[in-house]
Design a protein around this ligand. Structure first.
Ligand code: DGL
Length: 279
């Protein structure tokens, strides 16, 4: 049963795992009155190495689960799910405001001086028709050259929770260094997990004498777009009055709670209630 959408209802934020927390932090900062439900599909991650149909099926199941919990809007805080499945989610729920994330090719094309932009993303994102169309469009309009780098295995490592491991450092070196060698002066973080290893990426940049490379993350822009959409639909949560409880945050995961709860604590310093669910 889908409840009526009202300004007081929560917003669903969904990712294949903990990566969407890098978007959720911008939503909390920009829209502090909003109640949020975070869904980590960690039991089925990584999406980036699955088929497109698998990701579509998961996205529809998760959207249905969140609608049963009364969400007024959905943020698909996952590049892979946005590229593969946002069309299907919008077609299934035409009245639901849905915001997706896509690799920030447009801001990257505006930022590059060398004309070469490295795009770090999952293999599935970089193969998706929606992404390839975006690349065509932006390179035709700006003449920027996009160097595509699938980062196989990086999401699995970030999901494990420790961001300062030799395995992560080795993967970042393997994926970032060739882009620098090819002249990229701008790197797009095209997966919502990657902002959590930004320090490691910056370490690779420094090691190669390229600390002036610009990193592009669209979490902030996604939160702004969500605010605009809610405002336009008359769905912004009214600011709480004095004495009223502050906005709520609830987490669901399809893997062990022992992965999502520490991620909230370590990545964002938050301690919401987290439940394991079968979806
Ligand atoms: N955070 C997801 C994204 O933005 C990761 C996808 C995956 O699970 O591979 O693409």
């Amino acid at each position: 049963m889908i409840s009526a959408r009202t300004p007081g209802a929560p917003i669903g934020v969904y990712d294949s795992g903990v990566g969407g927390l890098s978007v959720l932090r911008h939503i909390r900062a920009q829209l502090p009155a909003e109640d949020l439900i975070y869904f980590a599909d960690s039991g089925h991650a990584p999406y980036g190495e699955k088929t497109e149909q698998y990701v579509v099926d998961r996205a529809l199941l998760v959207a249905a689960f969140l609608l049963e919990r009364g969400i007024k809007a959905l943020v698909v805080a996952c590049n892979t799910a946005t590229v593969a499945a946002i069309k299907a989610v919008r077609a299934r729920y035409p009245d639901l405001p849905v915001v997706g994330v896509e690799p920030g090719l447009k801001p990257a094309a505006a930022a590059t001086r060398s004309g070469k932009v490295g795009v770090l993303a999952t293999a599935r994102t970089l193969k998706g028709e929606k992404f390839l169309q975006l690349r065509e469009q932006i390179s035709a309009a700006t003449k920027a050259e996009f160097l595509l780098q699938p980062c196989i295995g990086l999401v699995d490592q970030i999901e494990l929770g420790d961001l300062e491991t030799p395995a992560i450092a080795a993967l970042l070196e393997q994926y970032v260094a060739p882009l620098l060698d090819q002249g990229a002066d701008t790197l797009v973080l095209g997966c919502t997990h990657y902002p959590f290893v930004q320090t490691g990426i910056e370490r690779v940049l420094r090691a190669h004498g390229h600390q002036d490379v610009t990193l592009i993350d669209t979490g902030d822009a996604v939160a702004r777009q969500l605010g605009r959409l809610l405002d336009g639909a008359g769905l912004l949560h009214p600011a709480p009055e004095a004495g009223q409880p502050s906005a709520s945050l609830h987490g669901y995961t399809t893997a062990d709670v022992g992965a999502l709860a520490p991620a909230f604590a370590n990545l964002l310093g938050l301690h919401p209630k987290v439940e394991k669910v079968v979806v």
